[in-house]
Design a protein around this ligand. Structure first.
Ligand SMILES: NC(=O)c1ccc[n+]([C@@H]2O[C@H](COP(=O)([O-])OP(=O)(O)OC[C@H]3O[C@@H](n4cnc5c(N)ncnc54)[C@H](OP(=O)(O)O)[C@@H]3O)[C@@H](O)[C@H]2O)c1
Length: 283
């Protein structure tokens, strides 16, 4: 199966690339998804059996000020891609986020739960999902959460940097979700493509956690692997103590039962974290 991967410079894309043998990977520089002519041209030129869209505008706080840019990449571009895929009957895999949900409650979110994003990033991703569902019959929308890995920017790398600089870290403990190692997503995408059961799915690693616990685990595991960190203490704080431009859901744990029914199960993020630390290598 020849796969066209767009948004290939991102952290998730970098993890997908080695696991798809017949893959054409295009970065933003090679294919700007907001340029319709480039999208049409790429599909005509490469004639893929499947398109994976790993491109996104992911700056959650900045999106509050740059709404147009966020919607151009997360809503309009997937719409164009979905229309082009539909024309050539090409399946489209599209990633979305736990931030399409408003948060609150304590029951993991199901694919069938109503979406009602509370920030611009979530709103733009929700709009993108709706376009993909409407425009392309053979679509797989995979909502994922709290991604990390050795490539690009993410929470793990931020915590490692700060823990190298400061003795004390303060991290919010009242937002619950599921950290997810990007390396666990290739088999999920492959399993879904093989199943050809088009639709919307949730995938996140287990168990559920919160940012403080996640940060503490990063520091503990790094110390165990011999990283020379300054941080001695990771202190839990509340969201109110750490105001950000964008609101964030307090509870965005995803229910992955629908995937489990296809025989695709959740992996453990702690194991992904250890692999990330080993890949990054001790400073
Ligand atoms: N990161 C998370 O925690 C998280 C959580 C839930 C869901 N997701 C979703 O998971 C997917 C992958 O996210 P990620 O963490 O891998 O994001 P990422 O590291 O920010 O990568 C996104 C990539 O998209 C590229 N891109 C942006 N605009 C583009 C355009 N107009 N045309 C082509 N490429 C463009 C970016 O290029 P530049 O580098 O040049 O900007 C970047 O390489 C996204 O759909 C995201 O919404 C992420």
């Amino acid at each position: 199966m020849k796969v066209l991967l767009v948004g290939a410079g991102g952290q998730l894309a970098q993890h997908l690339i080695p696991n798809f043998p017949h893959l054409v990977a295009l970065t933003r520089h090679q294919l700007d998804l907001t340029d319709r002519a480039q999208v049409t041209g790429a599909l005509r030129h490469h004639r893929p059996d499947c398109v994976i869209n790993a491109a996104a505008y992911t700056a959650v706080d900045l999106a509050e000020e740059q709404r147009d840019q966020a919607f151009a990449t997360n809503a309009d571009a997937p719409a164009a891609l979905a229309q082009e895929c539909q024309k050539s009957s090409t399946p489209l895999v599209h990633f979305s986020t736990d931030y399409v949900f408003p948060g609150g409650g304590s029951r993991p979110w199901k694919e069938t739960d109503a979406c009602s994003p509370i920030n611009q990033y979530g709103a733009s991703k929700w709009a993108g999902e709706e376009h993909v569902r409407r425009e392309c019959e053979q679509h797989l929308i995979l909502r994922v959460s709290w991604l990390f890995g050795a490539f690009g920017q993410n929470f793990v790398k931020t915590i490692l940097r700060l823990a190298g600089e400061r003795e004390q870290l303060r991290v919010v403990s009242d937002q619950q979700g599921c950290p997810t190692w990007c390396g666990h997503l290739s088999p999920v995408v492959q399993g879904l493509l093989e199943s050809r059961r088009w639709g919307t799915y949730h995938y996140c690693d287990a168990p559920a956690s919160n940012w403080w616990e996640f940060a503490r685990t990063v520091v503990d595991q790094a110390v165990e692997l011999g990283w020379p960190l300054k941080a001695r203490e990771v202190i839990p704080i509340s969201t109110a103590d750490f105001p950000t431009k964008a609101l964030r859901p307090t509870f965005s744990v995803l229910d992955c039962t629908r995937l489990a029914e296809l025989g695709i199960f959740q992996s453990d993020w702690c194991e992904g974290l250890e692999r990330t630390l080993r890949e990054l290598g001790r400073p």
